[in-house]
Design a protein around this ligand. Structure first.
Ligand code: NAD
Length: 352
């Protein structure tokens, strides 16, 4: 297969971690006889410095012309005081909406080798965790009508049926290729939009008879995630609930340096990125953990190119390197070997 990938390295540790992910993708491509062409696009602080615009049209065009986008992270203290419409984060929201990416996938996987980093008790975690949070990304309260005067403020939570249907359909498809268990999270005891959400889920459930569906209110779900997280496999929820719950789920796993994410739309074009930020405190020091970005490549191969074997090869290599005891500083503990960003990337390449 010929793959054309847009690389948006971004700021801080972005270039450090993207370089390692590219090394891994090149290795997988060579092993499985694929060809990869890269096109670099600037965004975030780097783009502000270069052309006073966090997301130049040329970068949008490059991303749109590729099969998929790999993004490092954007932002940093250097741009904290720029005008609000110029903030580096505008590049992320801009790319999501320009590429029509309405579905955000955030796996929360806890590797048994990193169990010590998990804040929950052993009896709750057992042999590890593997939850997939499917979050609606371009609707709901973050995009509704809003207003403010001196004494009051309001935000509006609106969902159209089609917006719910497209994300719920993605969630069913994902649950189907995972463990066939879908939990839909809402606030249907209070919110009209959640009642519509629940109706859509129940209606669509008949198209996926193999998938077991249940519903939870968001307050209960927040509690269940720390009380009994192993009950969850695939979760589907609204933009704001997903924002909060996916952060909670990721923290259960210990290190944010380990978790990838994907943003998908109607077509195969997706945007893949680690969940962490640009970590300016460690940029360029060869100590950042590149695993979240390397696992983002695995998600890209699975969801944009349907290359399951290749995706699995990357995930297995990460597992093997952890099993051998290699760790970057953020996940290091006694009795393991500390390695830098580049060495971790190389070890994963060598294991493929
Ligand atoms: P952060 O995720 O960048 O860093 C939080 C802490 O985790 C830091 O101590 C950092 O060193 C550490 N860390 C993060 N990723 C790591 C990795 N791969 N390996 C080892 N350690 C890692 O969050 P922050 O400090 O709140 O934000 C820093 C900048 O990143 C801000 O400008 C913020 O706006 C931006 N940000 C960008 C994104 C994105 O691009 N998607 C997401 C979140 C924050």
């Amino acid at each position: 297969m010929d793959m054309k990938i847009a690389l948006v390295k971004g700021d801080g540790i972005g270039p450090d971690i993207i370089d390692e992910a590219v090394k891994v993708l090149d290795k997988v491509a060579a092993k499985f006889n694929h060809s990869v062409e890269y096109k670099e696009a600037i965004a975030g602080g780097a783009a502000i410095d270069e052309c006073n615009n966090p997301l130049p049209q040329e970068s949008i065009d490059i991303c749109n012309s590729c099969d998929s986008v790999l993004l490092g992270a954007v932002g940093g203290p250097k741009w904290d005081n720029v005008a609000s419409d110029l903030r580096p984060e505008k590049a992320l929201l801009g790319l999501r909406s320009e590429l029509n990416l309405f579905c955000n996938l955030r796996p929360a996987i806890m590797y048994p080798q990193l169990k010590e980093a998990c804040p929950l008790k052993d009896e709750i975690i057992g042999d590890g965790l593997d939850i997939m949070v499917v979050r609606e990304l371009t609707g709901g309260i973050y995009f509704g009508k809003r207003g403010r005067d001196e004494n009051s403020a309001y935000d509006t939570l609106t969902y159209r049926k089609e917006e719910i249907e497209r994300i719920v359909k993605k969630a069913f498809e994902i649950a189907q290729i995972r463990n066939k268990k879908l939990t839909s999270i809402d606030k249907a005891n209070i919110l009209n939009s959640s009642q519509l959400w629940r109706d859509v889920v129940n209606k669509m459930a008949s198209d996926y008879p193999q998938v077991e569906v249940n519903h939870q209110y968001v307050d209960n779900a927040a509690m269940q995630l720390v009380r009994a997280p192993k009950q969850f496999d695939t979760i589907v929820t609204t933009n704001m609930f997903g924002d909060i719950l996916s952060d909670e789920a990721s923290q259960i796993t210990g290190s944010i340096g380990m978790l990838p994410s994907a943003s998908l739309g109607y077509s195969n074009l997706g945007m893949y990125e680690p969940i962490h930020g640009s970590a300016p405190d460690i940029a360029g020091m060869d100590i950042a953990n590149p695993i979240a970005t390397i696992l983002s490549i695995a998600m890209m191969l699975r969801y944009s190119f349907s290359l399951e074997e290749e995706a699995k090869a990357i995930e297995d290599s990460v597992f093997e390197v952890l099993e051998k005891g290699y760790r970057t500083a953020d996940i290091y503990s006694d009795d393991t070997y500390k390695v830098g960003t580049k060495e971790m990337g190389q070890l994963i390449c060598d294991a493929i």
